[in-house]
Ligand binder design. Structure first.
Ligand code: PEP
Ligand code: MN
Length: 335
């Protein structure tokens, strides 16, 4: 559990937030010293001035401390000051030049470093950032999922992109994985919901923004919880485990999965059969100078599968999107 304010603003705010968080099971106290802001002119952090405030948090409340680094200079200041953990922000992890600069600056240190997902939904870019740190010899590296920038208006500040997080989990099951529901949700009321959803990914921990007086915060005011709010959220979260201790439940789940795996193979076989028909159809169209894409035909396919979906209580939009992918592949095959 990593918790603390978005930004270190004053010594009193940092110490008061830490004091209220004491005893809540917070493993690391966070506060941003250098803040990457979208628009110039907003509060950009107090910088190195907050280092002694953070050191007081560790000394007086026994909480390890962490902050965001974006340049070599930040790394050097933080390593000198004995920060226990550093994280790399979403705007920085998207930039290989900066990632390399940070990896070079961190070389030889044994500090823990967590890499937030880049703002754009790109698993390779995210893992590339991790790889640069690993190549610099860092051993304690993990990631933080905070969601992705989106042009569309969505409920959350950042689109969760769960499938991207899941893909990263699949590729690197042993990479420590944290979730930042605060930047994902973007409003305090939605943070618990985003945190619960993240827990379903069987994550290793949460990073949550907590401020002793969120309404007065100089950055991310609407998404920060009060320490009390954090406590309430922690009590309400259901921590699930990947496996049940009950052998009967484990057996029942294994049975379902076997059945599902067998069905998945049949689905693939059906897809291959369907593609074979597409190929024949493609040749017929070519030989007879007929167009490949025919809107009426696609409409008929949708009607057919939606009618079948209704008889089996399947959601039509789900079936429609599955067939849209199948249809695209089929068109490619005929081209
Ligand atoms: C932060 O943690 O305060 C922050 C700026 O996060 P992100 O890089 O996820 O926007
Ligand atoms: Mn923030």
């Amino acid at each position: 559990m990593i918790a603390g304010p978005c930004s270190a603003e004053t010594e009193a705010q940092v110490l008061e937030t830490a004091r209220q968080l004491r005893g809540m099971g917070v493993d690391y106290f966070r506060a941003g010293l250098w803040k990457p802001r979208t628009t110039p002119g907003y509060f950009e952090g107090v910088g190195a001035k907050a280092i002694p405030w953070m050191q007081r948090v560790r000394r007086e409340f026994g909480m390890p401390i962490c902050t965001e680094v974006a340049f070599r200079e930040h790394v050097e200041l933080c390593l000198d000051a004995g920060f226990d953990l550093l994280w790399i922000g979403a705007r920085t992890s998207a930039n290989p030049f900066l990632m390399q600069e940070l990896a070079d600056a961190l070389k030889g240190s044994d500090v823990t470093v967590l890499v937030k997902n880049p703002i754009n939904p790109d698993v390779d870019l995210w893992l590339g950032a991790v790889e640069r740190l690993r190549r610099a010899g860092l051993e304690k590296v993990g990631v933080i999922h905070r969601g992705f920038s989106s042009y569309e208006k969505i409920r959350y500040r950042n689109a969760p992109g769960w499938q991207i997080a899941l893909e990263l989990r699949r590729r690197c099951p042993d990479l420590p994985f944290f979730s930042d529901p605060s930047h994902m949700a973007g409003s305090a009321a939605l943070v618990p919901e985003a945190a619960q959803h993240s827990l379903e990914l069987d994550i290793d921990g949460l990073m949550v923004e907590v401020h002793c007086n969120p309404a007065e915060a100089l950055s991310d005011a609407v998404q920060q919880l009060t320490p009390d709010g954090l406590l309430r959220m922690l009590k309400s979260l259901h921590i699930r485990s990947a496996e049940s201790p009950d052998p009967a439940v484990r057996k029942a789940i294994a049975c379902c999965r076997d059945e599902m795996d067998a069905l998945d193979v049949r689905i693939v076989e059906h897809l291959a059969d369907r593609m074979e028909i597409s190929r024949r159809l493609g040749e017929l169209k070519k030989d007879n100078n007929l167009s490949i894409i025919q809107a009426d035909r696609w409409a008929a396919v949708v009607r057919n599968v939606c009618a079948a979906a209704r008889t089996r209580d399947l959601r039509e939009d789900f079936v429609r999107s599955v067939f849209s992918v199948i249809h695209d592949a089929s068109i490619d095959e005929q081209n």
